[in-house]
Design a protein around this ligand. Structure first.
Ligand code: F6R
Length: 364
């Protein structure tokens, strides 16, 4: 049933081009984004004053990424919260708030409780869910399914990728309806969206190179990830993938924050993975790479194909094909997933079922 793959995690990483395509295709109609299941009129979309995104773990990271997309593209303020925090902080929810809950399983206890809390307060809840008919899917006012198919490996990969796509579609739709994105702007973004499956495939095909690199770090004590903006959200997910399957300690830091403490953890040979996909931030992050390199770090960079500048400060570079600045997470996460996976495989870990973890967390 693993279809020739050694693990479900690898199989599911390879299913990402399809998960991405199956999630956007049904929502593209005659050059427009049509999300019928949203149940919102254009007037409803125009009256949104604030979006709150609530989720756990990797799903929370997709929310963090989409904050930059909703705010940058649609100019709607976004708050992102961990479901377990949201519930207990008496959040301010009013009529103009749209609450989006993101969940692969649709059964995560804290996310479900957050949804109920918001519904009690009369706020509209949209669920972005992978499992059809799950509790969150049933209880949300509206459901936008991620069509990733069943995900078996505990560490999420293809559902994560499909969640990102759903959130991009929403942000693009909202931006267009609210007049922040022109017809031409929308059409261009749709073209870029359609290229993602092939680009993801290309990145997956680098797996042998990444495995070789990963094999150098099987005995690492600690691995760091840094990035700014969307790249910080990508770093959080890259770090989570690595630590949950390989059991190597890892932290993700907003690149500019490192010098406020964490830089003391950098030793000779410590691996720092730096994510740079936002052109306006290249220079700033490169200077943080220099800071850690000067302290002995080995710096691996994941960046866009045009950013050859990075080679000044990196010891090893993975280049990403060109895409829209808001879609870069979909590409940058691929080498990071592969890296985490191969470190875990090299260490003989139970990749599909890491110790102490469950696929769906139904306790609070
Ligand atoms: C990490 C991972 C978890 C889940 C989290 C939320 O690889 O899989 O962090 O993302 O437990 O689960 P769902 O999406 O089912 O609500």
């Amino acid at each position: 049933e693993k279809g020739g793959y050694e693990h479900f995690m690898l199989k599911e990483m390879y299913e990402q081009p399809k998960a991405i395509m199956d999630t956007f295709s049904p929502r593209l109609k005659n050059g427009n984004i049509v999300i019928e299941e949203l149940g919102m009129s254009e007037e409803d979309i125009r009256s949104i004053r604030k979006i709150m995104i609530v989720a756990c773990g990797s799903a929370y990271h997709t929310g963090m990424t989409s904050k930059y997309v909703f705010e940058g593209l649609a100019r709607i303020p976004v708050e992102v919260d961990l479901a377990s925090e949201f519930r207990y902080r008496n959040p301010i929810l009013d009529e103009g708030t749209l609450l989006i809950v993101v969940s692969q399983s649709g059964e995560t206890a804290d996310t479900l409780a957050a949804l109920r809390e918001a519904k009690d307060k009369g706020v509209r809840v949209l669920g972005i869910v992978n499992v059809v008919g799950s509790s969150i899917a049933r209880e949300a006012d509206n459901v936008m399914y991620t069509w990733a198919g069943p995900e078996i490996a505990v560490a999420t990969t293809k559902a994560y990728s499909a969640q990102l796509i759903s959130l991009y579609l929403l942000a693009m739709k909202f931006a267009h309806v609210r007049g922040e994105l022109s017809d031409k702007g929308l059409a261009d973004m749709i073209e870029e969206l359609k290229e993602l499956p092939t680009q993801v495939e290309m990145l997956l095909n680098n797996k042998n190179k990444i495995q070789k690199f990963a094999n150098r770090y099987l005995a690492a004590k600690s691995i760091f990830f840094i990035g700014r903006g969307i790249d910080y959200a990508i770093s959080l997910e890259g770090s989570l993938k690595l630590k949950e399957v390989s059991y190597i300690h890892s932290e993700a830091y907003a690149a500019g924050e490192l010098k406020h403490g964490t830089i003391s953890l950098i030793e000779e040979g410590t691996l720092v993975c730096s994510v740079l996909t936002q052109e306006e931030l290249y220079k700033k992050t490169i200077s943080n790479m220099v800071e850690v390199k000067t302290r002995g770090a080995f710096v691996m960079a994941v960046t866009n194909v045009d950013n050859t500048e990075v080679e000044k400060a990196a010891d090893y570079v993975i280049y990403l094909p060109k895409t829209n600045k808001y879609f870069t997470n979909s590409l940058a996460i691929i080498p990071l997933q592969l890296f985490g996976y191969y470190v875990a495989v090299g260490r003989g870990c139970d990749v599909d079922k890491p110790r102490n973890l469950a696929k769906s967390v139904t306790v609070e």
